[in-house]
Design a protein around this ligand. Structure first.
Ligand code: CAA
Ligand code: NAD
Length: 307
């Protein structure tokens, strides 16, 4: 009976087919979370798209490995049931290198490609021509304006931001961002989908960094400036913020985790658009590390060394 379905479950049902474009760190995480939360139980489908075949097979492999681990926990005694769970779930996950073909059946497109405004605008223009009328488009951008990303798109009422956090399967938050044209029905669908993904949603307007990055990135910049002035060491600043405020990582550990190239890219973009904002000034020590190829955890060295 309909009574058994919550309002959000009914609305999430409207989003059955999700296409994730860009299947790197974030897109792979979104596809993984969707596969785990929805695909197995409710017959939803997810397509992972990337220009790079290697990225797609890596993402598929990662999801498949975690799925097997979960199945083993869930159906410890029955290998047969475990195998069925894995194959049923994975049958709802497909991959593609053709972004326009991949949106033909999509109810929602989540874009998580490279943080470059021209490439994102070009992609959405193509998708706008290829996707069905009702399809909702969302960008997972960290720092770009959603309005600018949507510039060439006609369906502006069905466009918004869905900003996930790294690592996607673990971080509970989803920021839902509206542009002035976004319809309430689109916001409602995005909120319901976020909830069905197991996330806690917050809403905000399309301003630089939305909520989290508008506070987090200046904080990371201030930590760098504190270190550059010689006020305290990297290690002591990290220890202070972990033990003094309960953050799981200090600002330098977190910068290494996010990627120093990504952080630099965000700050440089904002510094260009808002030259008078002192909190958006580019810290020289960050520029130096990136120019030396020290990008944090992913390159083996940033503020710290990793094996
Ligand atoms: N994918 C999937 N699962 C993961 C994972 C990943 N990448 N990393 C950790 N996990 C899981 C582990 O499997 C483990 O699960 P179980 O409890 O079921 O075994 C659980 O998370 C805890 O893992 P660990 O014990 O290894 O790690 P931890 O307790 O040290 O926590 C952390 C790791 C979650 C990354 C934690 O250090 C943390 O919260 N750090 C801060 C992260 C953060 O602030 N992220 C936001 C960055 S900003 C951003 O993303 C926005 C942007 O636009 C740039
Ligand atoms: P990533 O480099 O791991 O993945 C991006 C993927 O997009 C790559 O695999 C690349 O091959 C693919 N790609 C590039 N152009 C494409 C195109 N035209 N069509 C299809 N695929 C294409 O990057 P990421 O860290 O996953 O970031 C993706 C997006 O998510 C960015 O907008 C970023 O700002 C945002 N974001 C990142 C984080 C983070 O902590 N890294 C957190 C939140 C949001």
């Amino acid at each position: 009976a309909v009574r058994n379905f919550s309002k959000s479950a009914i609305m999430a049902n409207a989003i059955k087919n999700v296409t994730v474009i860009g299947s790197g760190l974030m897109g792979g995480g979104v596809a993984q979370t969707f596969t785990f939360r929805l695909a197995a139980q409710t017959g939803h489908n997810v397509v992972m798209v990337d220009v790079d075949d290697g990225v797609l097979s890596k993402a598929h492999e990662r999801i498949s490995t975690s799925m097997k681990r979960v199945a083993k926990k869930k159906f410890g005694d029955s290998q047969e049931e475990a195998n069925k769970f894995v194959s049923d779930s994975l049958s709802r996950l497909t991959t593609s290198t053709d972004s326009t073909a991949s949106v033909k059946n999509a109810d929602l497109v989540v874009e998580a490609i490279v943080e470059n405004i021209d490439i994102k605008q070009k992609l959405f223009k193509q998708l706008d021509e290829a996707a069905p009328e009702h399809t909702i488009f969302a960008s997972n951008t960290s720092s770009l304006s959603i309005q600018k990303i949507a510039q060439n798109v006609k369906r502006k009422d069905r466009f918004g931001g869905l900003h996930f956090f790294n690592p996607v399967p673990v971080m509970k938050l989803l920021e839902v961002i509206r542009i002035p044209e976004t319809s309430q029905a689109t916001i409602d669908s995005m909120l319901a989908w976020g909830k069905a993904m197991g996330k806690v949603t917050v809403q905000c307007k399309d301003t630089p960094g939305f909520i989290v990055n508008r506070l987090l990135v200046p904080y990371q910049g201030e930590a760098l400036r504190m270190y550059e002035r010689g006020d305290a060491s990297i290690k002591d600043i990290d220890t202070a913020m972990k033990l003094g405020t309960g953050y799981p990582m200090g600002p330098f550990e977190l910068s290494d985790y996010v990627g120093l190239d990504t952080l630099l890219f965000i700050i440089e973009g904002w510094a260009k658009d808002y030259p008078d904002e002192p909190l958006f000034k580019v810290p020289e020590s960050l520029r130096k590390l990136v120019s030396e190829g020290k990008l944090g955890v992913k390159s083996g060295e940033g503020f710290y060394k990793y094996n």
